[in-house]
Unconditional design. Structure first.
Length: 280
């Protein structure tokens, strides 16, 4: 749990799925695999009714019961998750990130905020040599992300899946499975497939409304942003954005230290105006 890219239910949707050559979170082309990167974080703008929440919550409980043994075996402190899931392909990776951003922009801000809050709580319960969160928080994160993903149209989810699969080496699934108990990984994956059926059953068919214009009180910030951009763009053009250096950890920074910083970002996100976050 010490790496944001494999946190909570994303680990089930990504890391577990990477262990097998099977269909995606929602039915997709056979033979494709999900990559070990996050994703997901999140979905569309319909608030979840009580039945929706209960059904996914119940499914998340079942998933968590079956997958927690697997979660405890994963070394969440491993620097492996900072590496590219195959050959370094910055531009293709950027396209995958763009699909994730589009998915996040379709999210209900309240569902997204709830998922972020669940992650914040889960980070607080991380313990042990492998840096795994508590079973209760594992379940809460799975449920929260399940609701977020269910609020995203299938096409949007598949755009993320396909773009991430495109940058993932075919050997990743087998290698990740080799790092844990194979039987536990199989059990977790089987439970994940049941969970995704419940999520898909509750999935929206179209995205919600787009972000509205920011209030007039932010006009001064717009002006300042233009001045900043005019002054900084020459510098921006000189940066090698395709360098592999951005995949390397900061010198002397442990996984625990990095997680503290990530947690602060998550908390910040839960306090951001939902409409403005969507526009960004």
């Amino acid at each position: 749990m010490a790496r944001s890219k494999f946190a909570g239910a994303v680990a089930i949707g990504m890391a577990v799925a990477c262990c097998f050559q099977k269909p995606s979170f929602v039915p997709g082309p056979m033979g494709k695999r999900v990559a070990p990167v996050a994703a997901a974080a999140g979905a569309a703008t319909m608030m979840a009714p009580a039945a929706f929440a209960d059904e996914i919550g119940d499914a998340a409980k079942k998933l968590s019961e079956a997958s927690y043994p697997f979660a405890k075996e994963v070394d969440w402190n491993n620097g492996l998750y900072l590496q590219a899931p195959g050959q370094l392909q910055p531009l293709k990776a950027l396209k995958a990130i763009d699909k994730m951003i589009v998915m996040g922009a379709q999210a209900d801000p309240k569902l997204l905020s709830a998922a972020a809050a669940a992650h914040h709580k889960a980070i607080g319960s991380v313990s042990g040599a492998n840096g795994v969160t508590s079973k209760a928080d594992w379940e809460a994160v799975n449920a929260a992300l399940g609701r977020v993903i269910a609020s995203v149209p299938e096409a949007t989810v598949m755009d993320v899946y396909n773009s991430v699969s495109d940058i993932t080496d075919p050997g990743v699934p087998a290698y990740l499975k080799s790092l844990v108990n194979g039987a536990d990984a199989e059990k977790a994956y089987a439970a994940f497939l049941e969970f995704k059926d419940v999520v898909k059953k509750n999935q929206v068919s179209s995205p919600g409304p787009a972000a509205t214009a920011a209030p007039a009180k932010y006009d001064a910030i717009d002006g300042a942003a233009k001045a900043l951009s005019d002054a900084s763009y020459p510098f921006l053009k000189e940066v090698d954005w395709l360098s592999s250096i951005y995949l390397k950890p900061l010198p002397g920074t442990s996984a625990k230290d990095a997680m503290k910083a990530i947690d602060k970002m998550i908390v910040m996100g839960t306090n951001v105006d939902g409409n403005i976050l969507k526009a960004a």
